[in-house]
Design a protein around this ligand. Sequence first.
Ligand code: PMV
Ligand code: MG
Length: 333
Amino acid sequence: MIDDAIQVQTGGKLYIAGEYAVLTPKQSAIIKNIPIYMTAHIKPASQISIWSDMFNYRAGLAADANYSLIQETIAVWAAFLGKNAAELRPFSLDISGKMERDGLKFGIGSSGSVTVLTLKALALFYGLQLSADTLFKLASYTLIKRGDNGSMGDLACIAYDDLICFTAFDRSRVRSWIEQEDLQTVLEKDWGYAVEVIKPSLSCHFLVGWTKQPSISRDMINLVKSAINPRFLSQTQAAVLRLKSGLETGQKAVIKEEIEKVSDLLVSLSPAIYNDKLQDLKAASQGLDAVAKSSGSGGGDCGIALSFDEKASQTLIERWQAKGIELLYQEKL
Ligand code: PMV
Ligand code: MG
């Protein structure tokens, strides 16, 4: 079926540190790319047609709630080319690799990934080379326009497909630009964010524990955001920056200390973040040469761990298993 189609992929992401704080402009977060991929196939067709294995039926450009994210991404792409979606050279776009198992999502950023994936596929189809930075801006533009309440850090990580330190921009300012100016003008502006790729210089295991409890980031943000205060922000920022330098200079003690610190700050922010499973996930690192914490908005989905010897990794994984937490992914950093 997929014969002459062009194929592209995008992965997922998980927060290591700085979640919630990064909703505030100028705050930073460390976010890890997760190479569990979604794939898009795109090829010429007689009319625009999209399909996703999430929904299993085809849609065109007529309003369809399930496909609205992909449709709006196509509309932004058309605007980028100075056209309406209906004027685009028609294609058929197939997206597969839903980031879930047995109907339970992993919580590694599938909506961000689908947005970046759609843009990547369209860029290739129309023969344009997009930098990771332009991909990030276009994807952010799409989600801000849709009223997404996230920091867009997920998009930065997925567009760069790397371990990054993301410093947030002022989304309300970009939103007002979007309302008042055309896409090209908004893209040309300096949004005031930073994306730095982090090259860790120590050897450790990065482990992802999946709680199998789906959590909705949008709802968690709405629940928790009023608790975010200047003290939480300044202490998180200091810890994130120390963690970044600890990773770059390979200082294990600093890494452990600062991950513990951001984790404690999340505990104090809201009891909704560390639910029972995520408490288990963290407690499993006790007494081991390892550190573990909730990742992202919490309340379910995934947590992460860094482990500094083989034995600690094995014990951690066994303890997770005993608590019904599945090892979703592991990598040697
Ligand atoms: O739950 P996740 O992995 O989507 O992470 C959300 C992180 C927050 O800082 C709480 C929100 C955001 O978009 O930055
Ligand atoms: Mg989540």
